[in-house]
Ligand binder design. Structure first.
Ligand code: 9Z3
Length: 315
């Protein structure tokens, strides 16, 4: 028998079915059709963002989580939209959202004042940043170029990624994946998971985790073979980072791997391709690293489209 870790089909067969799958599929169909028929045929990128959870119980009280605030995915989404892409933002529920990065996260209530007539309004000192956020967000939503799809567990994430990839495959070379989400490598298969809360009192807990099937291969070879694929490699040991990035490039045939270290990922990333390696550093504290990253990635996507077709137009 083939183990689930080697067999993505059995991962999907055993996973709890996605709630609202039909509604999500309809939203995706409509989004891709509208944006691909927009003037010139817009490019479409799926930005994944935030960490996946691995539940330990079917009625989940406890879970294993992956490190990611969703800041990189949210910032990148803003720059992709600015560059003219339509964006499917596949994000962890409750993680950082596009255009909300500069809103203080400590207390929502700090944003508001109550005047003498008991009217609630945005506090004067926060007004400029809120006004800009609302303006940019409304533009993206009204233009129909941002679709947000939330996930929590690894089961939801991979099923949604499969659905998004099937839709994006319809735009061929104009599709892109920007896989910034921190995805669990290990999980508890649904059918071997405790139904109810695991009880304490019986001594230490022994648990065996299975390997999550490598969906990057499925994405590249079956789900969306023509799409431009950018994956991320996060390590804590600088000695193995580049070697691991090259492994991902070759094993999963990614177009680009963005390599970063946990200690410095906000200040620098390394863009790794089969031909070259370039370090991108934050110029000053107010500048987003993602601004430079998206510029380089969209230029590489243009070259990829041009290299694969005879006639090539800029986006
Ligand atoms: C990343 O490496 C992202 O850059 C961060 C962004 C998660 C560090 P934040 O969301 O952080 O701004 O707080 N993402 C990929 C992480 C990952 O799990 N990669 C897997 C791996 O390295 C491949 S899918 O093996």
């Amino acid at each position: 028998m083939v183990a689930v870790e080697e067999n993505p089909e059995s991962f999907f067969a055993a996973a709890p079915p996605l709630r609202d799958a039909d509604a999500v599929a309809a939203r995706l169909r409509e989004f891709v059709a509208r944006n691909s028929s927009a003037e010139g045929g817009r490019r479409i990128v799926c930005v994944t963002s935030g960490g996946t959870t691995v539940p330990l119980e079917q009625r989940c009280v406890r879970y294993i989580d992956n490190f990611s605030s969703g800041h990189r995915g949210a910032a990148s989404t803003e720059y992709f939209l600015k560059a003219g892409y339509a964006v499917i933002f596949l994000h962890r529920r409750g993680s950082c959202q596009p255009y909300c990065r500069f809103l203080p996260d400590d207390s929502f209530l700090k944003f508001f004042d109550v005047d003498a007539q008991s009217k609630v309004q945005v506090a004067e000192c926060h007004a400029p940043v809120v006004k800009k956020a609302i303006g940019d967000y409304c533009k993206a939503i009204e233009g129909g170029s941002l679709l947000k799809l939330p996930f929590t567990t690894i089961f939801e994430y991979l099923q949604l990624l499969n659905m998004v990839a099937t839709s994006i495959s319809l735009v061929g070379l104009r599709g892109m994946f920007y896989l910034a989400a921190a995805v669990s490598d290990f999980y508890v298969p649904w059918d071997s998971m405790a139904k109810h809360k695991i009880q304490s009192g019986g001594g230490p807990l022994d648990m065996r985790l299975s390997q999550v099937p490598k969906m990057l291969s499925m994405l590249r070879n079956q789900w969306a073979p023509l799409a431009f694929c950018v994956s991320f490699k996060l390590e804590t040991d600088s000695d193995i980072l580049i070697q691991k990035a090259h492994m991902a490039l070759n094993k999963y045939k990614m177009n680009i791997v963005v390599a970063n270290l946990l200690a410095t990922y906000k200040e620098e990333v390394i863009i790794v391709t089969n031909k070259e390696r370039s370090i991108i550093r934050k110029m000053n504290k107010d500048e987003d690293l993602e601004k430079q990253m998206i510029k380089i990635l969209s230029q590489n996507h243009s070259k990829y489209i041009c290299g694969s077709t005879n006639g090539c137009k800029s986006p």
